[in-house]
Design a protein around this ligand. Sequence first.
Ligand code: SF4
Length: 902
Amino acid sequence: MGATIRTTCPYCGVGCGVLATPGASGIAIEGDPMHPANAGRLCSKGSALGETVGLQGRLLTPWVRGKESDWETALDAVAEGFRKIIGQHGPDAVAFYVSGQLLTEDYYVANKLMKGYIGSANIDTNSRLCMSSAVAGHLRAFGEDVVPVSYSDLESADLIVLVGSNTAWCHPVLHQRMVAAKTRRPEMKIVAIDPRSTPTGVNADLHLPLQAGGDVAIFNGLLHYLHKHGFDDHGFIEAHTADVAEALRVADATAGSLDAVAKVCRIAPEALAAFYELFASSPRVITVFSQGVNQSSAGTDKVNSIINCHLLTGRIGKPGAGPFSITGQPNAMGGREVGGLATTLAAHLDIGNAQDRALVQGFWQSPRIATSPGLKAVELFEAIHAGTVKAVWIAGTNPVVSLPNANRARTALQRCELVVVSDCVAATDTTALAHVLLPATAWGEKEGTVTNSERCISRQRPFQPAPGQARPDWWMFCEVARRLGFQAGFPYQTPWEIFLEHARLSAAGNRGRRAFDIGALGTLTRAEYDRLEPVRWPLSREPFQDGRYSHPDGRARFVATVPRAPIHATDEEYPLVLNTGRIRDQWHTMTRTGRSARLMQHAPEPFVDVHAQDALLAGVRAGELVRVTTRWGSMVARLRCSGEMGRGTAFAPMHWTSEYAGDARVGPLVNPAVDPISGEPEFKHTPARITPFVVAWQGFVLSREPVLIRDATAWSLTPGQHCLRYELAGRRVFGDWSPWAKRMLGFGESNPQWIEYSDRSIGVYRASRLRNGRLEACVFLSPRPDLPSRTWLTELFSKPALDPEDRQGLLAGQPVRAGADAGAIVCSCFSVGSGTIRATIRELKLCTTGQVGRQLHAGTNCGSCLSEIAAILAEEREALAASNPGSGSTHIPRVEALARST
Ligand code: SF4
């Protein structure tokens, strides 16, 4: 075993500490018990990190215009291309599009190069897509982009309000911390405000399924209610805020009565009243919000409508209280600190302020400084499409999948004169369009710092050498800067030197003006930087504890917010509101989590989730394939009716790419409307319709080796532990499927055994290929989606040899042994399926997740599936109560029952 290295998880903004120990059989991963974010916990994604660090699919050498190359040639090509275009068309004809995956040191030099040396602010980041509305809201309210809450505050709150935030899946360790706090202090309340009934709501006392886009209305209504009922903190408002009168006037004018707000938000008035009463009567309230609030054409106003309620009641800058934006990416916050957005300057300085610009330029000793904000992500790709931006360097992100109206982004890159992509993955939808490909180091090889959602700076440390010619992103930006003639500004040999400069800049001219000041870290020795423990800024206090905000007069601002409808409305042609987002076990475009067989099992196929009645109206049923269409694009997905969706809404995950499915990228469907202030796109509200995806047959192939799929109109691929799973559907029908199946599954090699069943009268076909009794591959086809359980069949691939009952099952298309089908995987860590959990609950009359864990281990490792197990327990209880009306209550909390009554 190698030495254990303390590092941080590269996924969500919780920023958990990770212990990585290289060994003969791979990298052992554990949660870091000393890290303040997670105290040893990891979610399913974090736990599986060791399975994602292999070299499969890595980009290991530079490529220039389709030819394998070397660093000198590639860097010269980038510098020459940028120099030529800047010379001919000026600095605004080039751009960087970077990522919340970059480390702070990478981000710092990229931003310095573009804003201080090239002289344009055309550097934006994929963080624009997930939290720029929070940045804009903080700037308006506080005068600085500061998150005024820490994770430990969640544990002392009386009430946590989760708005548009499925923390159970998207920030699992933070969610577990909240649930643990509630278990310790049952009097603590949790309210979930979300159009969907997500797993997060399972642990909530109250779920408000508000109409998509109703956030400003509900918080204006709350502001009005709090003021009307005398909950203003007059002392705080007078001493520390400004503009309350206008915010109250607008809230009073737009909110109206509680009944009126309830009607606009389409929730039961009793449930709304219960929420308002809880907020009013709880001294310590934290409102947690994330993409459900931010990803909207009214995102910035939504953020400020939340902050207004905290300012009115003085519930900010004190323990257990405040508005809490939690970020999606591991280093979105670090990017914000260095000014990695096109609209900000380094060190929380203002690009629109001449003194701030002079301060940064003087500190950098740079030849120039960008004088106005650059293009925000969606605008940037429009400018590339229009030809005004002619060269772009995309670092660590996959915009052809992740941007709204993503096919237009693809066309934009196809038209672009010079596309440079630095990435650790060779084949993505975006690298396919690069003129120059630069191989970047990946997690486990990179070295630097990240900042999580609670402003905690942690080290990422390497535990394995960089493979091939892979190099860190900061090195590439410095090398190109040197080739552009800016050697003096980029002398760094290590990320440590970059960090010191970044820390010193945060203190430059600060004198308490900005909360972001890590100047005390600007003198760390190399050894101290290497040993740096997680440290939260501001270094000596919590933000706003003294009631002083970063506006010049030291006061926070109320911002009057007027509810407004999403830019694109539903209509007869597109009657559903499509909402896109994350699922539990996947990260972004699957370039890493797609490598973990375990993580792929929880949701193995692209899907769209709708209400059962909407499915009925569209003439489709759960389990069938559907086409989801919007005004911007379309995709094919499996229909779910999970019961989580309200009428008129649809949800599709953001993760699938062309590598894993034939036609399931959701980005092309998303409308390109953006918030006018933050520029954040409206990922949560695109008018859409679903229609049947008509095929003649459906089926799947499981195979130990990759197979060449033929004649499929739709397909998706799921790597598993023992086999690959291909879901297929097609229109071309063969009278005899046998030759087709034999060709695809490799029948004809030496000594294969072939089990085959065909019923031409109903179009059912099954075949399996065995070698020495071991299952090698199988295919199952049917005109309907009533196909055998993949979980059961996948289990057969783990056997060294099949027994007669297994062979019978293959022929019959179903297990002949009772209990052989575990059902859909719920617990990824121990591969426990829903069927097993339900059967065990019924048989042993289990009532709690702890009891399920003791019987099956499910939920006892990372705990990411606990909400789903709790939901299964609740369903089983309700089923029992329904079948036996005299058996007692269903244990649904009173307030949730009220919300459900709508
Ligand atoms: Fe990583 Fe999970 Fe922690 Fe997020 S919650 S940082 S994904 S381990």
